[in-house]
Design a protein around this ligand. Structure first.
Ligand code: SF4
Length: 293
């Protein structure tokens, strides 16, 4: 394997300062993404960050790379289009649990079963932060929020289990309070060929007073430190995905090498579509541009 020229995190410094609340877990995720991209030697011109809507979905504005701040729940769909148009790009999706596991869940599942070569970093704070504290798809049972004043009675989504049964080939979970570890997980996801999920415990310090940094610090443990844990064993990964309570696993649950959607799509065999001739005469091209621009 060719040696990688690592890049400093200043490579990705944006002119826009994050507007997150002081202490928000998303700061740690942004830093981990910068470290991961630098470690892999990815230049900003080769990195596209796509998001939906929510506090965490503001992230593309805070990193120096290509970016799309798209529509609520549509980040995976937009990222899929980007990847198919130019599969030479590293495409990272960033967003929250409401955006990805709520309105965007259909796109999430289909991208995983297609094994598109995308990395999805979900800042999972178990609450809707931008709209000031309503229950999200990952809010735990019995938790009181603005929208569940008597306690939440819905069963939360289990994103790791969902990814495992939907065909994702890299399934992981990190914690924004464990920055170096999280950067390794994100770098692993970007380097992986296929759909990579990095679900991240990213505390909302303003609206979630239950799932705090302390809550996770007391509970998380690393799968790689578990003797005999085999990340190629999907049944073992599924069993671990249901572990919750006093001990909560983080790390790579599952990793598998399978052909990607891009590998199988005949239209992409001659290289990225953006580099291929359109097969249109100049007149037809000009007519189309005139019609749509
Ligand atoms: Fe972060 Fe919560 Fe503030 Fe949003 S409301 S920026 S999620 S701490």
């Amino acid at each position: 394997m060719a040696a990688v020229l690592e890049l400093p995190i200043s490579t990705y410094e944006s002119v826009v300062e994050p507007d997150w609340c002081p202490g928000c877990g998303d700061f740690g995720v942004l830093r981990a993404l910068e470290i991961a991209a630098g470690k892999l030697g990815i230049y900003p011109k080769d990195l596209m960050v796509v998001s939906g809507i929510g506090c965490s979905s503001n992230l593309p504005g805070f990193i120096h790379a290509y970016g799309v701040h798209s529509l609520h729940g549509r980040a995976v769909a937009v990222a899929s289009g980007v990847k198919l148009a130019n599969h030479g790009l590293n495409v990272v999706i960033t967003g929250g649990d409401g955006d990805g596991y709520g309105i965007g869940i259909g796109h999430f599942i289909h991208a995983m079963r297609r094994n598109l070569d995308l990395t999805y970093v979900v800042m999972n704070n178990q609450i809707y932060g931008l709209t000031t504290g309503q229950a999200s798809p990952t809010t735990m049972k019995e938790v009181r929020t603005k929208s569940t004043p008597m306690g939440n009675f819905e069963t939360p989504i289990n994103p790791v289990a969902l990814a495992l049964v939907s065909g994702a080939t890299y399934v992981s979970r990190g914690f924004s309070g464990e920055n170096k570890h999280l950067a390794e997980l994100i770098a692993g996801g970007i380097a992986h060929k296929g759909f990579a999920l990095v679900d991240v415990f990213s505390p909302c310090v303003t609206y979630n007073k239950i799932n705090t940094y302390d809550y996770f610090r007391k509970r998380v443990y690393k799968l790689e430190a578990e003797a005999g844990y085999d990340e190629a064993n999907v049944e073992a990964a599924l069993a671990k995905s249901f572990e919750w309570g006093e001990r909560i696993p983080i790390g790579v649950f599952y990793r598998d090498e399978q052909p990607t959607y891009e590998d199988c799509e005949p239209a992409l065999r001659n290289g990225p579509l953006v580099g291929q001739p359109l097969g249109l005469s100049k007149e037809t091209f000009d007519d189309l541009m005139g019609e749509f621009m």
